[in-house]
Design a protein around this ligand. Sequence first.
Ligand code: GLV
Ligand code: GLV
Length: 306
Amino acid sequence: MVTRWIPDDAVKLLAEAGDVVVSPADRPLAPDELHEFVSGASAVVGMLHDRLDGALADAAGPGLKVVANVAVGYDNVDVPALAARGIVVTNTPGVLTDATADLAFGLLLAVTRRLGEGERLLRSRTPWSFHLGFLLGSGLQGKTLGIVGYGQIGRAVAKRAEAFGMEIVHSGRSGRGSVSFEELLARSDVVSLHCPLTPETRHLIDAAALRAMKPSAYLVNTTRGPVVDEAALADALEAGEIAGAALDVFEKEPEVEPRLLGRDDVVLSPHLGSATIETRTGMAVLAARNVVEVLGGRAPLTEVKP
Ligand code: GLV
Ligand code: GLV
């Protein structure tokens, strides 16, 4: 049972393992609908907007062997509850690293060079002319990028930033460039978030963290919305505590804090981190291969262990 549209290549793979049912609804299923939909499933291929938990497993019934989340993040999955029922959980690491790092860097450029503002100015047909003081942004060369969460995506962002002449600090495991979270906030000209959403990282960027950033600094979030306290972010921007923010993910996704929608120093994109044809196909195919392996009695490729 596949909870929403996936690319054909992945459907074809799944069809090798059994009958494939894809939800025909062009929207996230409500919990009741989702539970009804998965009834009798041996495998559930789910999306990041689905709550994949013990109640879902119970609704599916005792035949459920594997839950494949088509995302690298798995904050939507209750891994211990599924593991307790003997169900294998998988995610899609690796295949979306570069796409997500590219989008993070695109947002970083968009917010520091005021591309959204410029676009809106032209589309509003406002008269303009080149002049030396027009829509000035902030250069990147010699500036410091603070990477929160130094996993595969964080490192891929660091590689891009190095090519742009930025200094890198990160708050991940020890090693070159590793600093405390407090030092990262105080030193960075751009803070980019790449940690998973866990109870420890929920509202990691709160009022105090925003106050600890430089007034000239920018925040980029391409991980999960709740890592940032969106109301506190709107407050900080209103108070001039930071210079701008670029967000691909939202605390109450798909809702966006209304005060952010009205601000020119905020760049917004609708959760597009992994949204390339190549990457989305790669993610769905990896999820499908995980299902095929588990249903075939073999080990999954990318298991999430409790
Ligand atoms: C997308 O947000 C993912 O976690 O893969
Ligand atoms: C800008 O367009 C320049 O030529 O310097």
